[in-house]
Design a protein around this ligand. Structure first.
Ligand SMILES: Nc1ncnc2c1ncn2[C@@H]1O[C@H](COP(=O)(O)OP(=O)(O)OP(=O)(O)O)[C@@H](O)[C@H]1O
Length: 229
């Protein structure tokens, strides 16, 4: 579904990663771990055009694409670690979803209002909360609004950057359950970036480890963990 080849990124002449290969199948939940500073967020941002890679070939469903174009942004949605960064401080939760639905012309015009309502309700955002701006919502609520907004774009792939790190333990568990439910109900394809293996193991079908030499698969991840334990 997503194929990435030769992904290379350097800052000021120093390579963060070089010739990275990544492939994600439809309906898969892939976890990406790696030590702090190795370049996980940079890699995720390269996929959505928030960072410009030095090299890289990207294909979605067999067709190459340029990152950052309107179509690519619709197809690959990215959720920031701090959900409030994904949301405009000026828009209510409902208006944020309407902006996405109108911006990408999703569904019939007259159905968008209800569609936004329904999506937010499904993620536990009550009508009262839907009328609030991000400052009047908790961190966990903001995250669910950002998630609903990303889903409103009907993306082929959802990338979540450290989705649990800004949340308390109870909200973390709720988010894990919510993501698992969304995966089952919507057959949602996700790439989840985290430095924490335990929650990734609960959510992912496959875990990848980003190292300076590139990406390695699960078996090698176990060896890596065996070495550090
Ligand atoms: N805009 C930038 N200019 C220069 N260096 C940068 C820039 N953005 C990131 N870096 C550097 O690139 C490296 C990778 O950063 P990145 O945030 O991708 O790592 P990470 O694996 O996501 O780390 P963490 O788990 O701590 O979030 C770090 O050394 C970081 O300092």
């Amino acid at each position: 579904m997503l194929e990435v080849r030769n992904l290379t990124k350097a800052y000021h002449g120093r390579h963060i990663f070089k010739d990275v290969r990544l492939s994600i199948k439809q309906g898969e939940v892939v976890g990406l771990i790696g030590r702090s500073g190795i370049g996980k967020s940079t890699l995720a941002r390269c996929l959505v055009g928030l960072e410009q890679p030095d090299e890289g070939v990207f294909a979605l469903d067999g067709e190459t694409f340029e990152t950052g174009t309107a179509n690519a942004r619709k197809n690959i949605q990215y959720l920031w670690q701090d959900a409030s960064q994904s949301l405009s401080p000026y828009l209510t939760a409902h208006a944020a979803l309407m902006e996405t639905l109108n911006g990408f012309s999703i569904g019939a015009k007259e159905e968008r209002f209800q569609k936004a309502r329904g999506l937010l309700s499904d993620l536990g955002i009550s009508p009262d909360m839907q009328a609030r701006r991000p400052h009047a919502l908790s961190g966990g609520q903001c995250q669910r609004v950002a998630l609903a907004r990303a889903l409103a774009a009907e993306p082929k792939l959802l990338i979540l950057d450290e989705p649990l790190s800004a949340l308390d333990l109870i909200t973390q568990n709720r988010t894990v359950e919510l993501l698992k439910r969304l995966h089952v109900e919507r057959n949602l394809t996700m790439l989840i970036v985290s430095h924490d293996l335990a929650p990734l193991q609960k959510m992912s079908n496959r875990i990848l480890l980003l190292q300076q030499e590139g990406i390695v698969e699960r078996e090698a991840v176990q060896q890596f963990l065996g070495r550090v334990e």
